[in-house]
Design a binder for this molecule. Structure first.
Ligand SMILES: *Cc1c(COP(=O)(O)O)cnc(C)c1O
Length: 470
């Protein structure tokens, strides 16, 4: 493709994206296709000769678009939001155009230095103490893995990377029974084994019980195990529980255990001063993550990972073969701060977003979603045949349809499964589910870039009407 042709198609694609954002409300939120539908329309082998871009773009429209679930739809309330705001999309196009791999300073000094400054901006924006230093990772899963690996190395005197785990003893870690599955996965990948992850029970607000944590740690020590890390969650994925960093942090201090904080979704709300209650006790934490790619107007992927001791991180993940040596001097090489060598230039979209919205714009965005969730919570409580199982915490709540208190749990679960299926089949909105204390509940997570109260209102009316037709 020559540059003239590229220019032409770039304009067309740019216009396509802008129109998509304008017209996204016209699509069914969840893809209404059957398994195998796209594959049935695709040739089984690649073309032998190149095809015209016009034909490719046409097939994108006709074949791919029907199989897209519209995360950017303002009536998308599933999982957690994934904000692809216009400024962040613009930056992402430039990142793709530059095509740099930002693994060390020399590979693109601007990418490294912009990342350093953006992490400083973000740290201030969310009120983290000044002795935390940040790095962008692709996902919360990856950042949690880095935390666990660093905790493991610190506990073992930075020897297990070299010698392997034999002789290290049984290393155990602790999280609440509401923590994200990425913690289990990190235990597996780090070679510690998911049987060595203790799931500490939670209280009625879905927060980890500090007493139970203390007991579990003592228990393990008595049995000869070595507690390596506690993973506290702020805003648990299913039910938005918030663990107390103060209570858990003191326990970690006492037993000299690494404290990692997973605030993947909730962390964005820290741009609001009145949400900073959730990081009381943060001075005890060794590492902290949140995902601007969820709720801070920055498109995937962008996890902000903050650590107190950067040397522990680079001692764990740094490795320098001959071909990666440079003579740049006193600079940061982010390849030593995470798992992959290759890194995308992700700081650019943060720079665009933080400048285009300003802190006040970000605060307005989050505050609006929290207010919508509060209002919806009040409406659900006013309906006698619905139960607000998890009241709004930030912009997430969980409810279930319960038309008759004498129904047994299984029957209520089944009713709610059918309700969720019919809501999502309508194409008008999209929600997902969780289990709260064993009950099947429907989650309502507000946070799309363009969601307004009218979208929440329409979704709630649809839910009540479909429920009463079950
Ligand atoms: C979404 C989420 C994750 C996983 O996020 P990825 O960035 O996709 O790995 C981890 N922890 C919590 C609490 C989450 O909500």
């Amino acid at each position: 493709m020559d540059n003239q042709e590229f220019t032409k198609h770039l304009h067309a694609v740019g216009e396509w994206i802008a129109r998509y954002q304008r017209e996204v409300e016209g699509y069914p939120v969840c893809a209404q296709t059957r398994p195998g539908a796209l594959k049935a329309g695709l040739p089984v082998s690649p073309p032998r000769t190149g095809e015209a871009m016009e034909a490719i773009l046409e097939d994108f429209q006709d074949l791919v678009m029907p199989g897209i679930t519209h995360w950017q739809h303002p009536s998308y309330f599933g999982y957690f939001p994934a904000n692809a705001s216009p400024p962040s999309v613009l930056a992402e196009m430039l990142t793709a155009g530059l095509g740099v791999i930002a693994f060390n300073w020399e590979a693109s000094p601007a990418a490294t230095e912009l990342e350093e400054r953006m992490m400083e901006w973000l740290r201030q924006a969310i009120g983290l103490p000044g002795n935390f230093t940040g790095v962008i990772q692709s996902t919360a899963s990856e950042a949690t893995l880095c935390a666990l690996l660093t905790a493991r190395e610190r506990l073992c005197g930075f020897t297990t990377n070299e010698t392997g785990l034999q002789g290290a003893g049984r290393l155990t870690a602790f999280c609440s029974d509401e923590a994200h599955s990425s913690v289990d996965k990190a235990m597996r990948i780090a070679g510690l084994g998911s049987v060595n992850l203790r799931k500490v029970p939670t209280d009625t607000a879905f927060a980890m019980s500090p007493e139970a944590l203390e007991a579990a740690i003592r228990d393990d020590i008595e049995q000869g195990a070595r507690p390596v890390c506690v993973i506290a969650t702020l805003g648990a994925t299913g039910t938005s529980g918030f663990d107390s960093l103060t209570a858990i942090g003191e326990i970690c201090r006492r037993h000299d255990v690494w404290l990692h904080v997973d605030a993947a979704w909730a962390g964005s709300a820290l741009v609001l001063e009145d949400c900073r209650w959730m990081i009381e006790g943060i001075e005890h934490a060794d590492s902290f993550l949140f995902n601007p790619h969820k709720w801070l107007l920055t498109n995937f992927d962008c996890t902000a990972y903050f650590v107190r001791d950067t040397t522990a991180l680079t001692n764990t993940l740094g490795i320098t073969p001959e071909y990666l040596k440079t003579s740049a001097g006193d600079v940061t090489d982010f390849r030593d701060w995470g798992v992959p060598l290759g890194r995308r230039f992700r700081a650019l979209k943060l720079w665009f977003v933080l400048r285009a919205y300003g802190l006040e714009g970000l605060q307005h965005h989050i505050r609006g979603h929290i207010a919508m969730a509060q209002e919806l919570g009040a409406r659900i409580e006013a309906e006698p045949d619905f139960e607000l199982v998890v009241p709004p915490r930030l912009a997430l709540l969980c409810f279930r349809y319960c038309p008759n208190r004498s129904y047994d749990d299984e029957h209520i679960d089944e009713l709610n499964q059918r309700l969720l299926a019919s809501v999502n089949a309508s194409g008008k909105t999209y929600l997902t589910h969780a289990r709260a204390r064993g009950h099947y509940v429907i989650r309502f997570a507000i946070g799309q870039t363009f969601t307004e109260p009218r979208h929440v209102d329409a979704a709630w009316r649809l839910i009540t009407s479909l429920a009463r037709q079950l």
